[in-house]
Design a binder for this molecule. Sequence first.
Ligand code: THU
Length: 140
Amino acid sequence: MPHDRDTLVAAARDAARGAYAPYSRFHVGAALGFADGSVVSGANVENASYGLALCAETSAVAKAMNEGRRGGLEAVAVVGGPDGRGGPVVTPCGRCRQVLNELADIGGTDPVIWCAGEDEVVETRLSDLLPRAFGPGNLA
Ligand code: THU
């Protein structure tokens, strides 16, 4: 079932309300759309030890995989901004690209990524954000 861009971006915006970001005050939400129509979302979780912050996309992937998902990742929406307000388009950080790649790779998909800002959505693909990715196949 194909995912609708605006619906998935809205789910990411909603997820950002769950962010724990007292240090950066930059609230990020991510929503993962799966082939069966389900959506799993996450938000960033910071720590007093700053470098231990978990990004929204990584939180969402961990949640999805903890729930047993091992593929079917078709679409991802990411949105963020200071104090939960809108701002410029947010693209997944490098680590999150790699984390997303694991779930995509094991299911053989190349998810569309919708990076949302206050009044703009940039559409790309994981393979464009992370070309020539290192993945499970490298360990075979
Ligand atoms: N952050 C995310 O959640 N996802 C990204 O792709 C970029 C950055 C979070 C981490 C940190 O809590 C805050 O945004 C500021 O960097």
